[in-house]
Design a protein. Structure first.
Lengths: 292, 241
């Protein structure tokens, strides 16, 4: 019983990262109607950013968020201007397939680049407080993963406020709902797209930083994280960042339970089962709105 | 101030507008009438920048609009209320109105604009916190007109504002348009309700098969034999029953 409870706790802590990873993908997909399959590679780059800031400059991984997030924002803006900005010129129904081509190309390039620059080794950040544990009865909570969960929650909360209150946040939501109507109210929709993509990339960078400290990064983690994020997005549905975060926690716990009951190899299966069941029973997701 | 000359537009290979010329002077209310599929919405789309014409000129205060992006056209005071309202349904009335004043020029005047909208549609003030999707069609149309007013228009274009709205509220919307026009805003109105539109407008154009088939003052067109037969007669189809 305690083993299961411990597994569920670890699943919850990992699920927070799933939620954060999915939020960026969900934002880009919901607003630009573009599926960025290179999202996991952007997470990978964020992870390397934090790793090198730690290895070369000795910067604490949580402090390095202050560098990685702005850096990822700029990277996102550059990627939008160089690649995805051309995809959104296509009619809405053609955007997804065009974005898949661009996304896979980008994913392969970033993967190859990372292998070349950083080698294929697993890297992770080990801080002085890396081994600290809070003991709660029979449960032990790794401090660093708990901090990661709290940071992820804070970022999601911040994103929610940004979209709800900020002038451009509202413009992003308007462009997501009806981009032509947004144009007719005087919103520069291209700029709203650029902002949404840059913010999505920043979220990926932040997620990568947290992955590199609690877990590990290598050039090949991208696909795995894209899939995890996609499962969470399908489960949550589009439009609610808090809902996406909750769905991330849910997937983390579901994985932990299935790994504890059926054995480690089944960890990955449960996510795909969730993916399938949600698409069949509730294609708009738990928190999404059914199309009118 | 709005000057459309020899406008040609097509969807793929199908021509929709053929050599259409229309003008709207400052402060004028002009109606654009015609059967479904005549190209009325396409004409408005060309002015708003959503549809790029194949040939012809769309000039606004002497400047060619054809290469200007839609949000910049709004900034210049040319604002459209699209068919079907196209509100941001998941947001509140207030958020929709606030988004209407997005361009810098409109933002500077948004307090006064908001007061003006609430004075025009007092109903909206009470409902400003409600989610737009929950409102009736007529109330939504008020929000749509209000959102356009927030952009501080000098020419307001409306595409079928009375479509699918309860008759009582149609009257309220049309009265509001007259009031907006009296305040100095020019209006270019596409309307299925031909009798009402001709009663309100200073001038009107008839668009049939992508061509201007007639034009004149509202009063003159109400007496015109072709208009009476096609749009006002007992068998005329002027919109959904």
């Amino acid at each position: 019983m305690t083993v299961l409870a411990q597994q569920i706790l670890l699943g919850l802590l990992l699920g927070g990262l799933y939620g954060l990873a999915a939020a960026g993908l969900s934002l880009v997909f919901g607003v630009l109607k573009v599926l960025n399959v290179a999202h996991g590679e952007l997470i990978m780059l964020g992870g390397y950013g934090a790793f090198w800031l730690f290895a070369l400059l000795g910067l604490d991984p949580f402090a390095s968020l202050l560098v990685v997030i702005p850096g990822s924002l700029l990277l996102g803006a550059a990627l939008y201007l160089a690649l995805f900005g051309f995809v959104v010129r296509a009619p809405e129904e053609a955007r997804i397939k065009n974005s898949l081509l661009v996304g896979f190309g980008l994913a392969l390039s970033l993967h190859a680049l990372a292998v070349r620059l950083f080698t294929a080794d697993d890297r992770s950040i080990t801080t002085a407080y890396g081994g600290a544990v809070i003991t709660l009865g029979t449960l032990s909570i790794p401090v660093i993963r708990l901090l990661s969960l709290l940071v992820a929650l804070a970022l999601i909360g911040g994103l929610h406020l940004l979209l709800a209150r900020w002038r451009w946040g509202k413009a992003i939501r308007a462009a997501a709902e009806d981009w032509q109507a947004a144009l007719l109210t005087g919103i520069d929709v291209r700029r709203a797209y650029l902002l949404a993509f840059a913010i999505g990339t920043a979220l990926a960078g932040a997620a990568g930083t947290l992955v590199s400290v609690g877990y590990s990064v290598s050039p090949s983690i991208g696909l795995e994280w894209t899939l995890k994020a996609l499962i969470v997005v399908v489960l949550a549905g589009l439009g609610s960042m808090l809902g996406t975060f909750v769905a991330g926690l849910f997937v983390g716990v579901a994985e932990a339970i299935s790994a504890a009951t059926f054995g480690g190899p089944y960890r990955e299966v449960v996510g795909l089962v969730i993916f399938f069941v949600v698409l069949v029973l509730r294609p708009q997701g738990l928190f999404g709105r059914a199309p009118r | 101030m709005l000057e459309i000359q020899g406008l040609e537009a097509s969807y793929g290979d199908v021509p929709v507008l053929r050599s259409v010329s229309v003008t709207v002077a400052p402060g004028e209310m002009v109606a654009l009438l015609g059967p479904n599929g005549a190209g009325k919405s396409t004409l408005l789309g060309c002015v708003a920048g959503l549809v790029r014409p194949r040939a012809g000129v769309v000039r606004w205060e002497g400047q060619d609009l054809r290469t200007i992006s839609p949000h910049r056209i709004v900034e210049r005071g040319l604002v459209m209320v699209p068919e079907g309202r196209r509100l941001f349904g998941a947001m509140s009335v207030e958020d929709n109105l606030e988004l209407g004043a997005f361009s810098p020029r409109a933002r500077a005047a948004r307090r006064q604009s908001l007061e003006r909208v609430f004075a025009l549609f007092p109903d909206l003030h009470a409902r400003r916190g409600q989610i737009v999707r929950a409102l009736s069609g007529g109330q939504q149309q008020m929000v749509a007109v209000g959102r356009a007013l927030m952009a501080h228009p000098r020419l307001l274009m409306l595409d079928e504002p009375s479509l699918g709205i309860a008759p009582l509220l149609v009257r309220a919307i049309l009265d509001a348009l007259v009031e907006i026009n009296r305040a100095g805003v020019a209006i270019f109105l596409v309307e299925q309700n031909v009798r009402a539109a001709l009663g309100l407008a200073h001038r009107a154009y008839i668009l049939e098969g992508g061509r201007i088939a007639g034009e004149g003052s509202g009063a003159a067109l109400l007496q015109d034999a072709h208009v009476r037969r096609a749009y006002l007669g007992p068998l005329a189809v002027t919109g959904p029953p």
